[in-house]
Design a binder for this molecule. Structure first.
Ligand code: 4AD
Ligand code: MG
Length: 432
């Protein structure tokens, strides 16, 4: 039954007879002409039949073609500027495979909760389809970038013995006779080990946070790409992050024009994403908040609204660096010139989207790192292997993590991350 021709390739088949394998997206009739919109996963094709021209027994099948009925439709491909997609199929035959009954997602408006409950079916609709095609291209661009620069992909484990990003958002499970295991919050500690073996590495996989917050930016399961490079200092890793974001945005713009049109995403702001990006210190960011009337307490981390205000001041992603060490993770190296600050940075996306990247230079001194682990009340025995990296040829090294869903929400201009992942996991959603 394998399809040979897909809708996205029809330009090669003008004037020829083809078979399209797909599903009924919609239909309409006007007098003696009947239109069936067929989707095949690569596009939507207008198929036409005319009373008198199409054999009667085919013409009459129109009545049983409910929304999402699966079928094979044969006919001649015609170029037609008026048809959606620019091509039309003149139907010669229709072979029905399975009649769909009462498909719940009709062309009328539905609420987002209803659609999320039917996510397994909603994926067939234009908008989620466009977003997830862009996701595919974004993921491809991410891999292309690191692969072309000689980074080695190192898959980090998902079951881990300890926290990487703070103990309040850990998912916990029993692990046989060994006590507790936790779903990974970040592959970072493992790519640090790998960077000492391979120099330039990255991991790319799902990560988990038991986020109690119900915001438009938080998922409990999300995908993160995490490069880590030996001998890189803060400045070097910020340069890499900048080049990386310029590249992935550029690639998605090149490859996803059609999808951006479906989403009605104005891509002009994305065309501006060219290096250099603005860089400001935490202290300068605090000044921006004060100027905008925010009653911000120095020393706190930025909340969603703070990030929105800061990022709205720029038309490119802004890098904020030198955060107070007290609000950042245990593994970050302190600024040797002033230990109040960590050699850390976040990248905030424009148009008010906020943080898409978090990164830092890592503490590379054994005694200092051990002290930090204790200060953060983390179990030292779970980190013995991580401390080893500071015993045998320790070097300065740095890395960052970019969240795929937040980046995609920005690129697609969406107001919530839940639409950027095929099956979102949130505090109040585990199904489908
Ligand atoms: O800033 P975070 O917590 O950094 C780390 O995990 C580091 N260990 C990364 C590293 O240096 N290798 O998370 C990095 C990014 C954020 O900037 C954000 O894009 C995304 O991961 N992120 C989330 N995305 C969706 N839902 C959540 N709950 C997220 N938490 C973080
Ligand atoms: Mg962060």
């Amino acid at each position: 039954m394998a399809p040979e021709v897909y809708i996205e390739n029809l330009s090669n088949y003008v004037g020829k007879e083809v078979k399209i394998y797909g599903w009924v997206y919609n239909k309409r009739s006007s007098g003696k002409i009947r239109f069936v919109l067929v989707r095949d996963g690569t596009g939507i094709l207008q198929c036409v039949m005319a009373k008198g021209e199409t054999p009667d027994e085919v013409f009459d099948k129109y009545d049983i073609l409910t929304q999402e009925t699966s079928l094979i439709v044969s006919g001649i491909v015609n170029e037609d500027k008026r048809a959606p997609g620019g091509y039309e199929l003149h139907i010669k035959d229709i072979q029905v495979i399975h009649i769909a009954q009462d498909y719940p997602i009709t062309p009328k408006e539905h609420g987002v909760d209803f659609l999320m409950d039917h996510r397994h079916l909603w994926l067939r609709s234009r908008r989620p389809h466009a977003i997830l095609r862009i996701r595919h291209r974004l993921v491809k661009a991410i891999r292309e970038f690191f692969d072309s620069k000689g980074f080695i992909l190192i898959d980090a484990p998902i079951l881990t013995p300890a926290a990487c990003e703070g103990t309040t958002t850990l998912f916990e499970t029993d692990y046989f006779d060994l006590g507790k295991a936790y779903l990974s919050q970040s592959g970072q500690l493992y790519v640090e080990a790998a960077a000492m073996a391979f120099g330039k590495v990255y991991c790319f996989g799902p990560t988990f946070r038991a986020e109690k917050s119900k915001t438009r930016r938080h998922l409990t399961e999300f995908w993160m790409v995490e490069p880590e490079v030996a001998f890189y200092e803060l400045e070097d890793i910020m340069n890499l992050a900048e080049e990386f974001v310029e590249y992935i945005v550029g690639r998605v713009l090149e490859t996803s024009k059609k999808e951006f049109e479906i989403l009605e995403r104005n891509t002009e702001p994305l065309e501006k994403i060219k290096r250099p990006f603005p860089r400001i210190s935490y202290n300068e960011a605090v000044e921006i908040l004060k100027k905008n009337g925010v009653d911000f307490q120095w020393g706190n981390d930025f909340g969603n609204t703070d990030e929105t205000i800061i990022s709205q001041q720029f038309d490119k992603p802004v890098i904020v660096h030198h955060y107070p060490a007290a609000v950042k993770a245990f593994y970050m190296k302190r600024d040797p010139d002033d230990e109040t600050y960590a050699l850390a940075f976040d990248m905030l996306a424009p148009e008010g989207y906020g943080e898409i990247i978090g990164g830092s230079q890592r503490e590379d001194d054994y005694d200092t790192l051990l002290k930090r682990i204790k200060e953060h009340n983390l179990p030292v025995e779970a980190f013995d292997w991580y401390l080893d990296l500071r015993k045998y040829g320790s070097v300065p090294h740095s890395g960052f993590g970019l969240g795929v869903e937040r980046t995609l929400a920005w690129i697609c201009g969406l107001d919530h991350v839940r639409e950027t992942i095929p099956f979102p996991r949130m505090i109040y959603r585990i199904k489908p």
